[in-house]
Design a protein around this ligand. Structure first.
Ligand SMILES: [Zn+2]
Length: 558
């Protein structure tokens, strides 16, 4: 059979088409990886991580499976990164070695990415093309233009993709905020200009499609934080997303205005600070107090900004809550402010952390009871405004779970735009003709396991999940050439049996007897003997503990 690779990449229209192919981030939170195809050439937009959460407790960090894209990398003309959030940029260092294409990004994303690629030892290899904010550039056949948007990170940008088939607007994450505090507000004039030019399709953020009204302004949070912190005594700790530089600046100013010295706790905050200063932000903020000096500052004169707003177990705030932090302790009379929202899946970890802090005597303030956070994503009034400016012919809701995507689609329809719902792996042909899903491509998720990438549904992680819930039984068995048991077999079952439980030796004795009862021909065959021993152990454990553990038998022929 001849593999016609071109038609595999170009779909049913070999003369060329324009298609949108989400490989991650549609119908689930995080792990954004979008692909556009024009006349057989491919352009990737964003490349982010996701977290394992309660569904995948065996995994901490996940990335989209890039196999389909990597197999076509000779047609991949570039990767554009819209902004510096982990769910948009976090997987670049993990997946770039398989993609090896130029990376296009604004200055702040470039600064963040250089650090990440440096840590991964890829800085000399990967080429980052830094595009000025709002800049226009080419990755033929794509004619690309960044548009500045407000979000909860500096320098977020939407991407206008011009092709001979029409113009697609990929919004990335955005909101409308007249006072974003860092950077300019969303460039509504540029969006209106696109609307005049004619937009075929808008691929748009759905995160807050269920939220009525407006997302609120970062400036309001700044005023509230200043008022709250001014009235506090004792030590104050505030946690927020590390890359929300405007928020970090607001907290810092609130602390300084209240006569407090400010310290940053946590590596990701220090990395974000460095990237921000490199790009000309935080210029009138004095250097932060080093972690190791914070403990010597009088309680009423100290404010710490720390990582851990999502309950991350290794974060600074997790250590403070557990009272295991080397440099700082919080307790009676101190206050912890969560200037953040709970990302779905993280609720339990966050609430546990807040509970530990309350038990230490800390007062805990959150966005539920104080106005200390606004979302970086558009609520319904903002979505309406963008649709009015851009007037796209078709709307493709992305970046949300299904209830967000469907609600966004209904809103688009009410605004005279035809919505098209897609899921990861759909090849949505946008032109020529009416948009339709013309084929599916394989997608998947990989777990980042200490630098290795493992398929989430693959053998290693499936075994780990099984062990997590059902335990593991390991037996060592020595036999002679005729299969007669030598000495006493050893059976251990970490996660099932304590070392001194009598069941271990009992199972070992049963195993020895069962092996001696096997036909002598079978006992001479390593594989057959090992299989028989495994089956016997699995049954014996199942009978006694009502579990189906993973069973390993190490057979030693002596
Ligand atoms: Zn974002």
């Amino acid at each position: 059979m001849v593999m016609d690779d071109y038609s595999a990449a170009a779909g049913p229209d070999p003369a060329g088409d324009l298609a949108f192919i989400p490989l991650g981030g549609t119908g689930e939170i995080g792990m954004n990886l979008n692909v556009y195809r024009c006349d057989g050439k491919l352009l990737a937009v964003d490349c982010g991580i996701g977290f394992g959460g309660p569904e995948n407790p065996e995994v901490e960090v996940m990335v989209p499976d890039p196999t389909w894209l990597a197999e076509r990398r000779d047609r991949l003309v570039g990767l554009v990164v819209t902004h510096a959030h982990e769910d948009h940029v976090g997987a670049v260092a993990h997946l770039w070695p398989q993609l090896r294409c130029p990376i296009y990004a604004g200055p702040f994303v470039s600064a963040v990415l250089r650090r990440k690629l440096g840590e991964a030892g890829l800085l000399g290899e990967a080429r980052i093309v830094t595009i000025p904010l709002g800049g226009r550039f080419a990755a033929a056949p794509f004619d690309l233009q960044f548009l500045r948007v407000a979000h909860s990170v500096p320098e977020a940008q939407a991407l206008a993709i011009r092709t001979r088939h029409g113009l697609v607007l990929h919004t990335g994450d955005w909101k409308l905020d007249p006072e974003p505090l860092i950077g300019e507000p969303t460039d509504e004039a540029a969006f209106a200009a696109l609307g005049e030019e004619g937009v075929l399709a808008m691929v748009c953020d759905s995160t807050n499609a269920l939220v009525e009204g407006h997302s609120g302004s970062e400036a309001e949070v700044r005023r509230n934080l200043a008022a709250i912190i001014r009235g506090l005594r004792g030590r104050v700790a505030v946690t927020c997303f590390a890359t929300n530089v405007a928020r970090v600046e607001s907290i810092t100013r609130a602390g300084m205005a209240a006569g407090r010295q400010v310290a940053l706790f946590g590596r990701s905050l220090r990395n974000a600070e460095a990237a921000a200063r490199e790009c000309g932000y935080l210029t009138d903020i004095p250097p932060y107090v080093p972690e190791e000096e914070a403990g010597y500052i009088p309680d009423d004169n100290l404010l710490i900004i720390c990582t851990g707003s999502q309950g991350e177990p290794r974060s600074a705030l997790a250590k403070i809550a557990a009272d295991t932090h080397q440099q700082i302790a919080l307790g009676e009379g101190d206050t912890v402010i969560f200037s953040s929202r709970m990302i779905p899946g993280n609720e339990r970890g966050i609430l546990q952390m807040q509970d530990l802090l309350a038990r230490r005597g800390c007062r805990v303030m959150t966005a539920d009871d104080h106005m200390v956070h606004v979302s970086g994503h558009p609520a319904r009034d903002e979505l309406k405004r963008l649709y009015q400016l851009v007037k796209p012919k078709y709307a493709v809701p992305v970046h949300g779970e299904w209830r967000h995507l469907t609600e966004h689609a209904a809103l688009a329809r009410a605004l005279q735009t035809t919505p098209v719902l897609v899921e990861d792996g759909d090849v949505l042909q946008l032109a020529p003709g009416r948009p339709e899903v013309v084929e599916g491509v394989p997608t998947g998720r990989l777990a980042v396991d200490n630098g290795r990438l493992l398929p989430l549904s693959g053998g290693v992680l499936a075994a780990r999940k099984r062990m997590l819930f059902n335990g593991v039984v390991m037996a060592s068995l020595a036999v002679d050439g005729a299969g007669r048991v030598q000495g006493t077999p050893q059976v251990s079952a970490p996660g099932l049996l304590d070392g001194d439980e009598p069941l271990g030796p009992q199972l070992a004795a049963e195993l020895a007897r069962a092996v001696m009862d096997l036909p002598s021909a079978l006992r001479r065959e390593d594989d057959a003997l090992r299989e028989a021993a495994r089956g016997m152990l699995r049954k014996a454990v199942g009978r006694r503990l009502r579990k189906r553990p993973s069973v390993e038998v190490h057979l030693l022929r002596v």
